[in-house]
Unconditional design. Structure first.
Length: 89
């Protein structure tokens, strides 16, 4: 495990902000079942990018990158599931 230094603390704060900013979209989509504003190609590309960031963060042992992308990949996965499940509503 990587020791947490001041730069990693900045990364953790950034990770918290960017991940938290994404969560209301997941909640709103789950609540309303309205997926008309979601693009499946964008979500798929975003999922791939987040997965690669997670692999990269694991490789360099960056706690902030690992945590942010682990949470975000679950959120994006849920949006993809919602998009596929509710697309005909």
């Amino acid at each position: 495990m990587t020791e947490i230094n001041s730069i990693e603390i900045i990364g953790l704060i950034a990770a918290t902000c960017t991940t938290a900013a994404f969560l209301p979209q997941v909640y709103q989509t789950w609540k309303t079942k309205n997926v008309s504003g979601l693009s499946l190609p964008m979500l798929t590309i975003f999922f791939t990018g987040v997965l690669l960031w997670l692999v990269y963060g694991t490789y360099i042992h960056s706690l902030s990158i690992i945590l942010a992308n682990a949470i975000t990949i679950v959120s994006v996965f849920l949006l993809i599931v919602f998009k596929l499940r509710y697309r005909n509503r």
